[in-house]
Design a binder for this molecule. Sequence first.
Ligand SMILES: NC(=O)c1ccc[n+]([C@@H]2O[C@H](COP(=O)([O-])OP(=O)(O)OC[C@H]3O[C@@H](n4cnc5c(N)ncnc54)[C@H](O)[C@@H]3O)[C@@H](O)[C@H]2O)c1
Length: 334
Amino acid sequence: MVNGVNKILVTGGAGFIGSEFARHGVKKGYKIVIIDKLTYAGDIERIKEVEKAITFYRADITDKKSVERIFKTERPDAVIHWAAESHVDRSILDASPFLDTNVKGTQVLLETARIYGVEKFINISTDEVYGELGEGGQFFETTPLNPNSPYSVSKASADMFGRAYHRTYNLPVITVRPSNNYGPWQYPEKLIPVVILKALNNEKIPVYGKGENVREWLFVSDCADAVFLVMDKGEAGEIYNVGSGEERRNIEVVRHILKLLGKSEGLIEFTKDRLGHDFRYSLNSEKIKNQYGWKSHVSFDKGIEETVRWYIDNMGWVKGKLAHLNKYWEAVYK
Ligand SMILES: NC(=O)c1ccc[n+]([C@@H]2O[C@H](COP(=O)([O-])OP(=O)(O)OC[C@H]3O[C@@H](n4cnc5c(N)ncnc54)[C@H](O)[C@@H]3O)[C@@H](O)[C@H]2O)c1
């Protein structure tokens, strides 16, 4: 138990980052309770190694009755809210599930946490809520929100609900804004696993525009560590940026992976740019570093090697997603 937190309710714990957090939580000795709807992006395979140590509820966070029942039974000390519709391209195809899950779902959780009381409510946001940068500059926690995609607008709205529940009801809400995560178990619709998968199959690799867009790449275990630190030490009402400082243009990421796999750059196929594509994100993460000593431990070079190795070793898992993915790719890159 740290600072009165023993039992943690992890929403979206069968997702990419939420499952990493849940696996860490079990190793750290916390009682982990997961709520996950198991959308196309959720998969209990990710938490199989800790299944005996966790309590899992298949439930929708927008369903107030289910959420209330779970709070009533479990009485969590902390809520770590990862559950979301998380893919920008899907939000461009259809924004409505983003509104439901990311906005309404967050409000249902905040309201239920208010009724039952929690020590900490960590709202997981994203660097994308700040909008976009040009070649220079950084986003600070104080930078005004200026979200551009339906996804980032839904996340910014959730942040505002978190702010309101802290300000109005004194609910101990803390918002964490991580940069782009990558690592094992990421659903192969996001850039890095798509490139690995396509390259391994010698298929064309779609790259938006000229691949000039810049993202800051954070290894998934470093993100989970930061959130534990914020849960232990963070102050209610505060916001913490979490970025690695490892900025790369998309095309650099693609070339790096091709090189690791010994594949030709001839596989790259530039496609029509994403609608409203943000050019660059870059977080100033000095607050969490200076206040709590957080730093990223996994360099991009090391993390990407580990990730490529993981996908090679776990192709069976990825292949199980292909039927669903092929339909989606047709819609996105048509
Ligand atoms: N992946 C990134 O690079 C990144 C970067 C910054 C912030 N984030 C944020 O971190 C969180 C986790 O991201 P991720 O990449 O692990 O996402 P993910 O898409 O891999 O997982 C999301 C999980 O939420 C579950 N879920 C979706 N709708 C739900 C609902 N209505 N009720 C219950 N469960 C539901 C899904 O089944 C899935 O298990 C999200 O809030 C995302 O916005 C992600």
